[in-house]
Design a protein around this ligand. Structure first.
Ligand code: GCU
Length: 694
């Protein structure tokens, strides 16, 4: 049976409450509204016996029964007023009979219409998808409509995703018995229990798939980009296929990260040169074997020539040649390659003309390759040129590879933004990136349009997010980090959505409609990114974290090459007089960043090395502003705590307490940053802090 697991439907406390995420389906509290809903949602009709049809039926039945507080029956055909009919023309004769085919075709296979209609003389609600996945997304959208307590009469909702690949990247490593293997994971161990699969299929996989489908995520790369060959070893494929079976019922395709030297490591070949016929044959055979186990396998994600991962450069082949070889082998099966632009360091020595400044390197390698990638390759670029810092300028590749499918990768897991200790709701950060105008084709050339493919007319559009899930019962370590997972899915579906409306939805579904709760939590989420930035890396200050794995605490001396602090000033000079990074942007953008007066202050130290005595727009000197920022950030955490405390009695005690404890930990973290950084900068600059008045 599909549908939510027992754990996902039984009401519990604390960890069990968190386990249910935003799919809690608690009874609608207003009795009048509940009654009205019952008349509009009296039975569920889903034709067909495919896995997705079964999921839809179970989700609608369980969701409606929970929300309405009565058992909502499943029927074979609409037999009463208020039936909810879901399906797509291909699998549902009822939906096909409505004559909406042309309208649905325009919305594509993942789009849907939710509309009040009449069938067999009964007033019903129809959830019609262009394809089955569209109908499934429509079913979740309909349930959300009830969760948000919106009106059910005269429904007319049409929607379709703006990006067709909405994918989680799990950075999970292979280990047959240990599960604590998530690189940059802060929520326990890997979800995938390789020692139990394929015989035992943890019901949690299904709840993972449900949660993803409910926010439109349609792909999951289950293993780390720094890949282990075990994931494509023959004996392990049945285990992976068992996961794919669970995902399939929720419209999610499974993808794998692969090591480029697999033909050598697994196949015993002498090299992994993409132009070598024996290498190509090895991949073709391996790929056919994978499809033998997983007929709808999505394809590969590759991190090549970086941080010890092998790649095509070792053979003097470009990244395009390297990617296309895999793409050609995947094409007959309908698979794709997601090829990362995250490259830097010694692996690039084989290419001439690579700059010292690390942030320039990805662009230098990929920009010249525009137009050379096969049509089933999506080049996957991190949002910024470095590595998921709390603040980075937009990756200059956006807008400048018009002849390439160019996807974006953001980091949901909080490697540099607080791990499982700090609340840092990243949706406003991602939204700023999507809204950034690259000016590549004149005003309005936003990153959103580049990624969607609408700026340059590309069929493949990808939004990838490094996942923050793990075996912690609350899924994400910090319970409020669930909102980053939720928001990622919503923005991947529609990157024009506004953060405040995403926060509002999430809060209502996860907590309640109590005005105080909605206003309070929405405000807390929306303020948290800036607060984190304030007490860690104000003004675009680069990498400051320790070298240790947890990346939580500052180690400014060690990171001097990144943030560039000297006795007289701080920041990296990336202007035309410095490393010249600015000129990787189109001229009007480059000019803005290059000029100290027009460079946005939040990116000042990213682009400029500035004297401590420099006067900012506020009239403060740079150094006094930094000191004040560290203190202000600590006060900001205090504000978050006070706002949370004000919700005591409005949020159940256990969940209130869980978050409170986390916020207290965050306060200690912020104080540590403040003390370390003020001490470091005052010693470095010799300029004391002017006493903070507040
Ligand atoms: C960062 C991160 C690594 C990760 C890498 C990547 O450097 O710390 O854990 O492997 O990014 O994105 O490939």
């Amino acid at each position: 049976m599909n549908g939510p697991s027992d754990a996902a439907v039984s009401a519990g406390t604390g960890a069990e409450e968190w386990y249910r995420l935003w799919l809690r389906y608690v009874p609608v509290s207003d009795a009048g509204l509940r009654e009205a809903y019952r008349s509009h949602a009296a039975e569920v009709v889903v034709e067909g016996s495919t896995p997705i049809a079964a999921s839809m039926r179970d989700e609608l039945r369980a969701g409606l029964s929970g929300l309405l507080g009565v058992e909502v029956p499943v029927s074979a055909e609409p037999g009463r007023a208020g039936a909810v009919v879901a399906g797509c023309p291909a699998t549902s004769p009822l939906v096909a009979g409505l004559g909406w085919g042309d309208e649905l075709a325009k919305l594509g296979p993942e789009g849907f219409i939710i509309r009040s209609a009449r069938i067999n003389g009964h007033p019903v609600t129809v959830i019609a998808g262009g394809g089955e996945r569209g109908a499934l997304y429509g079913a979740f959208r309909y349930l959300r409509h009830l969760q948000l307590q919106d009106d059910l009469s005269s429904l007319e909702i049409k929607d379709q995703p703006r990006n067709n690949l909405r994918v989680l990247n799990h950075w999970d490593n292979w280990h047959p018995t240990r599960h604590d293997m998530v690189e940059r994971g802060y929520a326990g161990s890997t979800l995938w229990q390789w020692d139990e699969l394929p015989d035992t299929v943890d019901p949690r996989y299904r709840d993972y798939a449900r949660a993803n489908a409910s926010i439109g995520i349609n792909g999951s790369v289950i293993n780390n980009v720094s890949a282990h060959v075990e994931f494509i070893q023959s004996e392990n494929l049945p285990k992976i296929a068992a996961l794919a079976d669970v995902f399939r019922a929720y419209g999610i395709r499974l993808y794998l990260s692969v090591r480029y030297d697999s033909p050598m490591v697994l196949g015993g070949l002498e090299k992994s040169d993409p132009l070598d016929p024996s290498v190509q044959a090895w991949w073709r055979e391996k790929i056919a074997e994978i499809y033998g186990h997983i007929p709808d396998f999505g394809g590969f994600l590759v991190k090549g020539d970086c941080e010890g991962q092998p790649g095509p450069l070792s053979y003097g082949r470009s990244h395009a040649v390297g990617a296309n070889m895999l793409a050609d082998a995947l094409r007959p099966h309908g698979g794709i390659v997601m090829w990362r632009t995250f490259v830097y360091g010694k692996e690039l020595d084989r290419i001439g003309g690579i700059s010292e400044d690390r942030v320039k390197q990805g662009f230098e390698v990929f920009y010249p390759l525009d137009g050379e990638f096969a049509d089933n390759v999506v080049v996957q670029a991190k949002n910024g040129p470095l590595d998921f810092q709390v603040r980075e300028p937009v990756n200059p590749l956006f807008g400048q590879m018009p002849n390439t499918n160019l996807g974006i990768e953001v980091q949901i897991t909080q490697e540099y933004t607080g791990g499982n200790v700090a609340l840092c709701w990243l949706i406003p950060q991602w939204k700023e990136i999507f809204d950034f105008d690259t000016l590549a084709k004149g005003p309005g050339s936003t990153v959103r349009k580049v990624v969607e493919g609408s700026l340059d007319g590309h069929p493949l559009s990808l939004v990838a997010g490094v996942a923050n899930t793990g075996t912690d019962r609350n899924w994400t370590g910090h319970p409020l980090a669930q909102a980053n997972w939720y928001g990622f899915g919503r923005l991947a579906w529609d990157s024009s959505l506004e953060p405040h409306s995403i926060a509002d939805e999430w809060t209502r579904m996860t907590f309640s409609h109590d005005d105080k709760v909605v206003r309070g939590i929405t405000g807390i989420l929306l303020g948290s990114w800036r607060t984190y930035e304030q007490f860690t890396q104000p003004l675009g200050l680069n990498l400051m974290v320790e070298r240790a794995r947890c990346r939580l605490y500052p180690e400014p001396v060690f990171r001097e090459p990144f943030h560039g602090a000297t006795e007289t000033g701080v920041g990296r000079d990336r202007t035309r007089g410095g490393t010249g990074y600015v000129d990787q942007y189109p001229p009007p953008v480059a000019d803005r960043f290059n000029d100290l007066d027009t460079c946005p202050e939040e990116l000042l130290l990213w682009f400029h090395h500035v004297p401590y005595t420099h006067t900012l727009k506020s009239g403060e000197t740079l150094i006094q502003h930094m000191y004040a920022s560290y203190r202000g950030g600590v006060r900001g955490v205090g504000v978050l705590i006070a706002a949370w405390d004000a919700l005591q009695g409005h949020v159940d005690a256990q969940r209130h307490d869980d978050v409170r404890q986390k916020l207290q930990e965050q306060l200690k973290l912020a104080e540590h940053w403040r003390d370390t950084c003020i001490c470091y900068f005052s010693e470095k600059s010799g300029i004391p802090e002017i006493a903070d008045e507040q």
